[in-house]
Design a protein around this ligand. Structure first.
Ligand SMILES: [Mg+2]
Length: 129
């Protein structure tokens, strides 16, 4: 199996998806943009072998980030995929809930592009797929 490399960005705010993609592409990460939960689940089903990491917004209409996180981490096929919650929610209970559902980390959205890149780089290096 080839090394999984892609980063799936899931956020219902298109501007955030575009901005995040731009930063990640500066370091040549391959990204898959996604602005809704249903599409995210479909992309994960089809491309899970190529996906190393999901940057996942928590607050989205229809399907929340928690539900997507649960679908990834409760499925043998997907659970090696790293999931970093990407959220404005930085309350302890939200982070705790994410951890209980198997999240590998979280980033608060106020993060700078530089911090985003350094975080992504570190977590991918720590968990080679
Ligand atoms: Mg949102």
């Amino acid at each position: 199996m080839p090394e999984a490399k892609k980063i799936l960005i899931v956020d219902d705010e298109p501007d955030i998806v575009i901005l995040t993609e731009k930063f990640l592409e500066l370091e040549n990460y391959e990204t898959i943009p996604c602005t809704n939960g249903n599409d995210a689940l479909q992309i994960i089903e089809q491309e899970h072998n190529d996906i190393a990491l999901v940057l996942l917004d928590l607050m989205m209409p229809n399907i929340s980030g928690y539900e997507i996180l649960k679908s990834i981490k409760s499925n043998e096929k997907f659970k090696r995929i790293l999931v970093v919650l990407f959220t404005v929610k930085s309350f302890t209970e939200d982070i705790q809930k994410g951890k209980e559902l198997g999240a590998d980390g979280y980033l608060v959205k106020a993060v700078s592009g530089k911090e985003l890149l350094s975080y992504v780089k570190t977590i991918l290096e720590k968990h080679p797929s």
